[in-house]
Design a protein around this ligand. Structure first.
Ligand code: CAA
Length: 670
């Protein structure tokens, strides 16, 4: 794989416009799902579904309508959006529907001869500029596109089920694909809410090498354990055991096919377990219903499953099939692993990794062994992407599954990147931006909060710990600019306000939603905004006590946002320029106490019922922090207030309600 592409796909430059007319070939399960995702993301798009059977097309069209109806019924989509999603979709059996398409996606059966015929039909009908991609999960691009007249406009885009919701899509960077095609696809996928992961052109690409071999190893273990026992042991690592998933996906023929391909290309050790040919359904266990597995069988199954996972992981990294951070996030989001394999390796430690891998390759000769020390495989960053432009380091927060919410590891990675580069004379400074087009950062990760409820000291210490990065920014030697590409909420807004300048896309917005969760923003929002932009104090009062939203344009009028940008490219360009402009005059936050206007009596009324107790704690903290003689003392007021609020009934109710996806009832908690 070439190494020159930017880590953040939105930094790719591509002159190819967004697609206007797309055809999907194959109206089975995944083809229409891909079409639905595209139509929901780009409602103006014309979509044509093509299949050899009209009945399959009709069933697919009915299914898409069902998806939209369900989304409306669940309040996930407005009526208008559903109508726009379903408009402009046609279907048929005649290849002539491909004429005029600027992107054709093949999602037919995994059959090389069939795919070769399909691409001949496609090329006979589309323009030279049309992008052509295949959703194959296993067949290398160099085979399926081998007979094309213009293979440079073709590659593999491998989606994961259900393709309308699963964010992951592998994009294969094969030798003959134009770099601009891969760049366009990566960018387009991120713009439409997907998580593109670039892989090399090998059988099964990156993630299915994990999935197929994980399932195959489970099949090979069946002589020693039952499917239910294996699923039960696997539950430590995955949301659903291999046999449960194989039942769900009718996956036995897939394992036979894909592991045969790997065996033919790479060696007998990949040959599929013969049992996959003779069994139709497995006696699997559903997630959460494990059965007892006695020792030492449990350890044996565990070692084998871990062994195949780690063996494939080191092979993928040694052969540069994909990147370590991509492998981790892909395993979690596409395949349902609880932790990525690199995260597992880190928690196991080098000695245990070596033990598991040595045992595995002894028992399964031919399977890949590590070529380096296990510690050498661990990526420096798993949750941030790092790029450079014009002497500025661009740090992209990438946790799309949580709208880029901050947890300890992500925060520490940002800090580590800054520390690594701040003494480098070639680096002028840093830009922090969010992955995707929706969110800069949705705040602190709420998943951590339940464990803090009721523990004043632990909660206050958590807030202090979360502030490591922010306190570093307060005395940074090089400018750090926040590039707000979407929502900046809670801790995300707090991070932005500690950066030395804020640039925001016009559609970006800020909010301190903590009060709606029965808590408060304890890592600076009750302190820093008042000291930096005292004239906007009343706006901050409203944000803190009512959860008011602040749009980028208004924040610009108030001087909080330094510049507004039109789109991601403009945002990055302005942020980079601002870093250079700030060289030598990084603004600092005043230590001096600041006057804050009184809170209006009855603040927090008028909207949804909020907690009077929490609002009271916030008002006190803001006043105390304003009078504090130093910034550090003021911040400490915030940390302690976070400890206090964590012990309220309102916090317990708000955090529990978020987890249960229901509105909180602060009327009952006060
Ligand atoms: N922490 C953890 N996960 C988060 C998150 C957060 N702060 N914000 C969003 N997510 C997760 C959601 O739980 C959801 O996960 P699932 O798909 O597994 O359900 C995923 O991100 C996508 O979010 P939604 O489906 O909710 O997306 P939406 O567009 O419908 O709503 C939203 C977006 C309004 C931002 C909503 O996600 C939300 O209200 N999030 C919470 C924001 C918040 O309160 N932030 C402040 C955190 S507290 C803090 O920051 C305190 C501090 O100072 C220390």
């Amino acid at each position: 794989m070439t190494r020159s592409r930017p880590a953040n796909p939105l930094l790719e430059t591509s002159t190819r416009p967004a697609p206007r007319r797309v055809a999907v070939i194959g109206a089975g399960t995944i083809g229409p799902d891909i079409g639905y995702y595209l139509k929901a993301a780009l409602p103006g798009l014309e979509l044509a579904l093509l299949d050899v059977r009209q009945a399959a097309v009709d069933a697919a069209l009915a299914r898409l309508k069902g998806y939209a109806d369900k989304a409306v019924a669940r309040g996930k989509m407005s009526d208008k959006a559903a109508q726009a999603t379903l408009a402009g979709i046609t279907g048929g059996t005649d290849y002539d529907v491909l004429r005029g398409c600027d992107w054709v996606i093949e999602a037919a059966t995994e059959d090389l001869a069939l795919k070769l015929r399909i691409f001949a039909e496609v090329e006979a009908r589309v323009d030279a500029g049309t992008a052509i991609t295949s959703n194959t999960s296993s067949l290398p691009a160099q085979r399926i596109f081998s007979r094309m007249a213009h293979p440079e406009r073709a590659t593999v885009t491998h989606f994961f089920a259900p393709a309308w919701r699963n964010p992951v899509v592998e994009v294969v960077a094969w030798a003959r694909a134009e770099a601009s095609l891969v760049a366009w696809l990566r960018r387009l996928f991120v713009q439409t809410g997907k998580l593109p992961l670039v892989t090399a052109d090998v059988p099964c690409f990156m993630l299915d090498r994990i999935f197929d071999n994980w399932c195959n190893e489970a099949g090979l273990l069946l002589g020693e354990a039952s499917a239910a026992q294996i699923d039960s042991v696997a539950a430590e690592f995955v949301q659903a055991g291999p046999f449960f998933v194989l039942n769900l996906a009718h996956g036995n023929p897939i394992i036979i096919e894909t592991n045969t391909l790997q065996a033919d290309e790479e060696g007998e050790h990949y040959r599929p377990a013969p049992i996959f040919r003779s069994v139709d359904r497995w006696n699997a266990v559903a997630p959460g219903r494990e059965i007892e597995v006695p020792e030492p069988l449990r350890s044996r199954i565990r070692d084998r499953l871990l062994g195949v996972l780690l063996s494939q992981t080191v092979d993928i990294l040694d052969r540069d099939i994909g990147g370590a951070a991509d492998l981790d996030i892909g395993c979690r989001l596409a395949l349902g692993f609880r932790h990525g394999p690199l995260e597992l390796m880190r928690s196991m430690g080098p000695a245990e990794c070596t033990r598991v891998l040595e045992r595995f390759v002894r028992e399964r000769p031919g399977m890949p062994a590590p070529r380096r020390d296990p510690a050498a495989y661990l990526p420096a960053e798993r949750h941030v992407l790092v790029d450079q432009r014009d002497g500025v380091v661009l740090i992209t927060l990438r946790r799309p599954e949580a709208l880029n919410a901050l947890h300890d590891e992500l925060t520490d990675e940002v800090l580590a990147v800054i520390r690594r580069h701040e003494d480098d004379p070639k680096v002028a400074g840093f830009v922090i931006v969010g992955y995707g087009t929706k969110s800069f950062c949705a705040g602190a990760d709420i998943g951590r909060f339940p464990s803090l409820l009721g523990d004043k000291e632990a909660a206050a210490q958590y807030a202090r710990d979360c502030s490591r990065l922010l306190v570093h920014l307060d005395r940074a030697r090089k400018p750090v600019v926040a590039a707000l590409n979407g929502m900046a909420l809670g801790g995300g807004f707090e991070l932005a306000t500690r950066c030395h300048a804020l640039i925001a896309e016009r559609s970006a917005w800020m909010q301190l939603p903590e009060v709606t969760l029965g808590i408060l923003p304890g890592i600076g929002a009750m302190v820093v905004p008042y000291r930096r932009w005292p004239d906007a104090a009343l706006v901050f009062h409203g944000m803190l006590t009512r959860g008011d939203r602040l749009k980028a344009a208004r924040a610009h009028e108030l001087g909080i946002v330094d510049e507004l940008a039109d789109g991601y490219d403009d945002l990055i360009a302005r942020a980079v320029a601002r870093v250079h402009a700030l060289a030598g005059h990084i603004p600092t936050i005043s230590d001096a106490p600041v006057a804050v206007p009184p809170f209006a009596p009855g603040a927090g009324t008028g909207g949804p019922v909020l907690s009077g107790t929490v609002i009271g704690i916030i008002e006190h903290a803001v006043r105390d922090a304003a009078m504090a003689p130093t910034l550090a003392a003021a911040l400490e007021v915030g940390y302690r207030a976070f400890g206090t609020v964590a012990c309220t009934a309102a916090a317990r109710e708000g955090i529990t309600a978020f987890g249960e996806r229901r509105p909180p009832d602060f009327g009952a908690t006060g």
